[in-house]
Design a protein around this ligand. Sequence first.
Ligand code: CO
Length: 211
Amino acid sequence: MEKYYNQLIENNKEWVASKTKVDPEYFKRLANGQQPPILWIGCADSRVPANEIIGAQPGEVFVHRNIANMVIHTDMSMLSVLDYAVNVLKVKHIIVCGHYGCGGVAAAMTNKHFGLIDNWIRHIKDVYRFHHEELNYIKDEKARLNRFIELNVVEQVNDLAKTSIIQSAWEKDQKIHIHGWVYDVADGFVKDLGINLTDNNSLQDVYQLEI
Ligand code: CO
């Protein structure tokens, strides 16, 4: 165990050496600041490393991850990341990326009691409730979970668009595209769900803020 841990420090030294060998100014440039074009909201799952799966370099992606890539309107951490990304970094794209085989979404499909996390998972159960007719119709459990995972991403994209942060930016004519993806841990490919929100017109009337 200690050997594994110590190796991490060694790996870091090797990584620094490999970067500075190609470009001696690499870290000096990064130290000057960041202007990432992308905000990534993904699952905390260890198999879905944001930068790696899209071939992005340090400085390209501002990242927020939590269990089941949720956008919960009372989550101060998510809201702070979103506010900073939109109003300071001026990101152009926000990607909500779920993934097939998501344990958080799978847990939401059961009646099991897990502990404190039940309170987080309850928000995912709400997504099931909104879409229960479509989901209950799918008899194969794996297919139902896959669709639930997709629908959860769609709901989180919409929940992002409902925030005052995003709607204020759109009102000021700041171009922000919000996308919904699902990553397949079994083959590495991303599926673009084809949602691309650039204004609040597709939101139900009650969510459209007069800003
Ligand atoms: Co997950």
